[in-house]
Design a protein around this ligand. Structure first.
Ligand code: PMP
Length: 416
């Protein structure tokens, strides 16, 4: 193994993924990462969802190389550029219009948490209410506003101050079917004596990527959306992780047929792993003063170039979407086989699927054994009790099957 001493010597103790995968990667291509020693690892992690189209996908990278060679603008704040025009035009034509969606596109800073912060600010500003409701086991990012609507206690403690103006409500199936959906919320919203302040918004992930791959049912999402409409509460869908095709459709809520007031996207919106984020804001909510939420890196133009190329290559028709859905069935089938053998249950949707084990140690042990077999796969959930499988959406049928076989072999070794 090559020298990793500089990392342990001077890189902050906050580093985490590298602790489970203690090799030094030098190159990456498609569904693989390659170490300095030339060892290849199959990637069932995909940059935590930032690499839906794989590593260094030539259909995305070539246009960016041409753009840079042609002295295209790299940094542009929120100035008008040809790269931004191309992105907005393509996004409108291939994503919004075919889905009959009417939204303003806001470019916050280039991270998921920035899109969430922007969403929280604008719903508070427009509604005049401060309170935000979010769900048990939610994850929305590490800045203070996003943390206040995030569940994980270790991450919340990191804030170092009280995280206020938000409350947690139970996500779908939190009580294992024992309690009717939204029964408490409906009651307190109707009761002027409940003491529960009217919220500005409810923020939700359709599949809780970090919180253990809980996947909301479509009828639950529809009921949530109806409840928001009835009570004049804005609905924010945080599609940072589940969006951009991860669940088989571009937006993760398409099957539910709901119309959120705000949608946040980041991770794979650039397609290439370059930082980029957007908040889609319904036009009547777009009441920002110019510059009221700004940031130096809102105009990452190479990201606009790769984002445009990704939309044109994969979202001009439904061929890719159908392929992703097919891979999702295959993944679900493979993981079900493993789950049945080792006291687990399959969770998630599309290519954001995993296994929840009743033994809280199992997922971590299994992920470690997978790495020994040159397969990168992470864990999720409050106690890391879920093996989280998230390959690039572009993975071939054979490579997906190969990865599942490696998980199976690893499970036979450490879980039997
Ligand atoms: N929202 C969701 C649903 C996420 O999964 C994440 C990242 N895991 C974020 C927000 C935060 O994104 P970022 O790390 O880019 O700030």
């Amino acid at each position: 193994m090559t020298d990793t001493s500089i990392f342990t010597e001077i890189e902050s103790s906050v580093r985490s993924y590298c602790r489970n995968w203690p090799v030094t990667f030098a190159r990456s291509e498609g569904d693989s990462l390659i170490t300095e020693d030339g060892e290849e690892y199959l990637d069932f992690f995909a940059g935590a969802g930032a690499l839906n189209y794989g590593h260094n996908n030539p259909a995305l990278i070539e246009p960016m190389i041409d753009y840079i060679r042609g002295s295209g603008v790299l940094h542009g704040l929120d100035m008008y550029t040809t790269a931004k025009r191309d992105f907005l035009t393509t996004f409108r034509d291939l994503i919004l219009q075919p889905r009959d969606m009417d939204y303003k596109v806001m470019f916050p800073g280039p991270t998921g948490t920035n899109a969430v912060e922007a969403a929280l600010k604008i719903v508070r500003k427009v509604s005049g209410h401060q309170h935000i409701l979010s769900f048990t086991n939610a994850f929305h990012g590490m800045t203070l506003g996003s943390l206040s609507v995030t569940g994980n206690s270790m991450k919340r403690r990191g804030a170092g101050l009280p995280l206020t103006n938000s409350s947690k409500i139970p996500y779908d199936d939190y009580f294992s079917g024992a309690v009717d959906d939204f029964i408490w919320l409906e009651r307190v919203l109707e009761d002027s004596g409940s003491g529960v302040d009217k919220p500005a918004a409810i923020i939700v992930e359709t599949v809780q990527g970090e919180g253990g791959l809980n996947a909301a049912r479509m009828e639950w999402l529809r009921a949530l959306s109806d409840l928001c409409q009835t009570h004049g509460i804005y609905l924010i869908v945080d599609d940072v992780q589940a969006g951009c095709g991860r669940t088989g459709t571009f937006f993760s809520f398409e099957e539910a047929g709901i119309k959120p007031d705000i949608i946040t996207l980041s991770k794979s919106i650039s397609g290439s792993g370059l930082p980029m984020a957007i908040a889609l804001i319904s036009p009547e909510l777009d009441q920002w003063e110019p510059g009221e939420h700004n940031g130096t890196f809102r105009g990452n133009n190479p990201a606009f170039v790769t984002a445009t190329a990704a939309l044109k290559k994969y979202w001009a028709d439904d061929v890719f979407s159908k392929e992703v859905q097919q891979r999702g069935y295959e993944l679900h089938g493979g993981l079900s086989r493993i789950a049945a053998k080792y006291d687990g249950t399959v969770r998630g949707r599309g290519l954001l699927t995993g296994i929840h084990f009743s033994d809280p140690e199992a997922a971590g042990k299994l992920a470690g054994a997978c790495f020994q077999r040159h397969l990168m796969v992470e864990t999720s959930g409050p106690d890391d009790e879920v093996l989280k499988v998230m390959p690039p959406l572009t993975i071939s049928k054979d490579r997906l099957a190969e990865g599942i076989e490696r998980i199976e072999a690893a499970a036979a070794e450490v879980l039997a």
